[in-house]
Design a protein around this ligand. Structure first.
Ligand SMILES: [Zn+2]
Length: 111
């Protein structure tokens, strides 16, 4: 019994299906998709978006790392539904002070 898990449906019933460039290929008996043994599991589109947004990876870098076309990644990003930002206004007392120097100024806002 092999322990290889399908990166697409997480099924553990996978069979060896030849080699490509020296890497073992596998086929999932559930979804019939083929994948490479040592390939990183695909992150979810939300995880990809976090890498893109917060880890500042470019589409090109993500494309190389996960063997996806940049167009594919862009389409995944388009499918993500971001939650609406809610604003909760509050009252404040704002003090603003500006100090001018020769060619620039510093503005300080203080609540
Ligand atoms: Zn599968």
């Amino acid at each position: 019994m092999n322990k290889k898990k399908c990166p697409y449906c997480n099924n553990s019933k996978c069979i060896k299906k030849g080699k490509r460039d020296g890497h073992q290929r596998w086929q999932c008996k559930n979804c019939k998709k083929k994948f490479q043994a040592n390939k990183k599991a695909l992150p979810t589109k939300e995880e990809l978006f976090c890498l893109y947004t917060f880890s500042k990876q470019t589409l090109s870098e993500l494309s190389q790392e996960y063997h996806l076309k940049t167009n594919t990644i862009q389409k995944l990003f388009d499918e993500i539904i971001l939650p609406n930002k809610t604003h909760n206004p509050r009252t404040l007392s704002l003090a603003v002070d500006t100090t001018f120097f020769d060619d620039f100024a510093v503005v300080v806002f203080r609540d």
